[in-house]
Write a protein that binds this ligand. Sequence first.
Ligand code: ZN
Ligand code: ZN
Ligand code: ZN
Ligand code: ZN
Length: 308
Amino acid sequence: MAPGGGSCKEVIESRVTFSDYDMATSSADLRGSPLRKTATALSGNLGSTSMNDVHELLECPVCVNLMYPPIYQCPNGHTVCSTCKTRVHNCCPTCRNELGNIRCLALEKVAESLELPCSYQILGCHDIFPYYSKLKHEKNCRYRPYSCPYAGAECSVTGDIPFLVMHLKNDHKVDMHDGCTFNHRYVKSNPHEVENATWMLTVFNCFGRQFCLHFEAFHIGMAPVYMAFLRFMGDEDEARQFSYSLEVGGSSRKFMWQGVPRSIRDSHRKVRDSQDGLIIQRNLALYFSGGDRQELKLKVAGRIWKEQ
Ligand SMILES: [Zn+2]
Ligand SMILES: [Zn+2]
Ligand SMILES: [Zn+2]
Ligand SMILES: [Zn+2]
């Protein structure tokens, strides 16, 4: 045990409530000493070390993510990623010695020579990448999970489309409709409170795919407006194969929008702010609502079709 190890241990023990740390320590214990593995990989012939062993070697023992430079090691050779080095307060998660600022250049170099499959392999991606370009690819991999398309509240749920459809239905109580044409009524009793951005989401099943119809109130500059637009639950290249139209009217007047659904890869906010949809000024919306202009009663008719 190196000098100072004892005091380092006390620091860690006073933080036993740090659950990530506890979990990671036990998973590190299960896999044995990273020191032994580092030694095997670096002294032995790399070709005889299986890809899995090297891959495991590059997993941070605390967060279990793959490590990227700077990779740190303690005086005993235990490695840890730069993010976790701070999280464990500079105390080696394996032997509890002080970590210091020792880079593990050998491991960083080994990583450089590796080629790894994309993390979304089980979701269908069969591409293989040099270690340091893998992360960049995964940020844009078409098989990466989608974010929940529900707007209005921060929702961090991600998954594939069938999972998100169930999530919208069960957790956000979103209305689901079958069919490629629709007639929707948006009613709001106090349309002058645009500030509390009202918004709604309806999901349409059509051509075996799902489309999100967003409707909301917000301001463009000082002008209160209502906006309706469609997002496709899938990728951009597929979204482009569809078109949609939205119509709103009353008193023998009609306002129409024709567009291309946006992919849910684009956030709800991004689509809204690009104004890629049907936008109606509040005055016109109230005119279409009829009556005494005290209530918003908009009838929006729409159609989705596939381009040939
Ligand atoms: Zn880590
Ligand atoms: Zn250590
Ligand atoms: Zn991929
Ligand atoms: Zn959600």
